[in-house]
Design a protein around this ligand. Structure first.
Ligand code: PXP
Length: 252
């Protein structure tokens, strides 16, 4: 089983900054500290409405991650504007996500079955530019098959429904975890690299990290929130420890 990578999403450092219209806390400083604290990658979502990460932030994040030799995963909606920004920025990776202005956070995976042609054309352009493309998808066999046929190399499975169910004490959580495991196995069978993310915290990370096909977790909101109490470095170290322990346990 390969080592599990941790991508730290710094969007909500910018959310806090923007709440006061100040120039702190700085998501670029958070990314620097995250990388020094064991993050294997930095993720940031430049939203159409720029509610957290700004154009200036994403440019600075691209520059800093390049200097540090750590990948930037540019989360983006599949729009002509974002496509142009991504091609100019040339991050190591792009994660295509659905986006609606009214949503509080990304609410689910892309509809690859419905939007196949549009997405496949973006994927092709990024592939030619040397940018690794992932698609945020629900744990759904038809969506995973559509991702494969759209030419993506990676799927990021949405863990939000499972994590929400665990937090709510909903007995459906066990079934949702089984669905995630089956989706990860199917994605690997199709030759796709498997990532996972959304809503992961200390309680849920273990069961997700134990899914053998998953090679990368992207975690943001919980880590940034926890860092208020223990600091970002400690929050990342604890998450890393839980990921490693779950991985080691799955091997025995
Ligand atoms: N992965 C994707 C595709 C996302 O859209 C998000 C949220 O921005 C995350 C991972 C991280 O989710 P969270 O902030 O809940 O950890």
């Amino acid at each position: 089983m390969s080592r599990l990578r941790l991508g730290v999403n710094v969007d909500h450092v910018a959310t806090l900054r923007n709440a006061r219209g100040a120039d702190y806390p700085d998501p670029v400083r958070a990314a620097d500290l995250a990388m020094a604290s064991g993050a294997d990658g930095i993720t940031a979502h430049l939203r159409e409405d720029r509610r957290h990460i700004s154009d200036q932030d994403i440019e600075a994040l691209a520059k800093l991650t390049r200097q540090r030799g750590i990948p930037l995963n540019f989360e983006m909606a599949v729009t002509p504007e974002m496509e142009a920004i991504c091609l100019a920025l040339r991050p190591q990776a792009a994660c295509l996500v659905p986006e609606r202005r009214e949503e509080v956070t990304t609410e689910g995976g892309l509809d690859l079955v419905g939007g196949h042609n549009r997405i496949a054309s973006s994927v092709q352009k990024f592939f030619e530019a040397g940018i690794r493309v992932s698609c945020f998808v629900d744990a759904d066999i038809a969506q995973i098959a559509a991702a494969k046929s759209a030419g993506v190399q990676v799927v990021e499975l949405t863990t939000g429904p499972y994590c929400d169910a665990v937090r709510a004490g909903n007995p459906e959580a066990a079934e949702l975890l089984k669905i995630l495991c089956a989706a990860a196995a199917e994605a690997e069978r199709l030759g796709l690299e498997v990532h996972a993310g959304h809503g992961i915290d200390y309680e849920t990370v273990g069961s997700i990290a134990a899914i053998p096909q998953v090679v990368e977790l992207n975690i943001g909101h919980f880590l940034i929130g926890e860092s208020v109490f223990v600091g970002l470095s400690t929050a990342i170290s604890r998450m890393r420890h839980l990921m490693n322990a779950a991985r080691a346990g799955a091997l025995t």
